[in-house]
Design a binder for this molecule. Structure first.
Ligand code: ZN
Length: 168
């Protein structure tokens, strides 16, 4: 099975390090953790990440720069909103709010993470954009393991761990 390549319906296990191209600062890495496993071709990963490793074999390393449109998408100004600070009264009994803090709002469609960008006495400015939206990102990726997805994984649209056993 060593002739497998990264393509649709392959479960790929990779080590990766993501850095900001301007500063070189690492924003995410699998170093010191288990490799990341995902089902290729089912939207589990940001689009450019999969495209750039297509055709790669086990042991292969690739480095690439993704512009925002191929990573977390552009920033959306409509996703920034002002919320009356009074709505945070319960939370403020337990925690001190500050700019830069990340919280999760319970929305009708499910939990939505946001970042507090501005804090005044009356209002909290909440930015619901992904923290990496609008940014170009560098990735260094090494293919650790490849295997064909099983039927359960293909129908669920995600990987079931490195050996394919169901974990949910
Ligand atoms: Zn599943």
């Amino acid at each position: 099975m060593t002739d497998l390549k990264v393509e649709k319906d392959i479960v790929a296990s990779v080590h990766y390090t993501g850095t900001h191209p301007d500063s070189g600062e690492v924003f995410d890495s699998s170093e010191g953790r288990e490799p990341l496993s995902f089902l290729v071709g089912h939207g589990q990963m940001i689009p450019g990440f999969e495209e750039e490793i297509l055709g790669a074999a086990v042991g292969e390393k690739r480095e690439f720069l993704l512009t925002a449109d191929r990573a977390y998408g552009p920033r959306d100004d409509a996703a920034v909103m002002e919320i009356p600070r009074s709505q945070f009264a319960e939370l403020e009994k337990e925690a001190m709010l500050e700019a830069g803090m990340q919280l999760v709002a319970q929305m009708p469609h499910g939990p939505s993470p946001f970042t507090i960008t501005v804090l005044t006495d009356d209002a909290v400015t909440a930015d619901f954009n992904h923290t990496l939206a609008g940014k170009s990102l560098n990735f260094a990726v090494e293919i650790v393991e490849l295997r064909s997805a099983n039927e359960d994984e293909k129908s669920h649209g995600h990987a079931h761990g490195s050996d394919g056993s169901i974990q949910h």
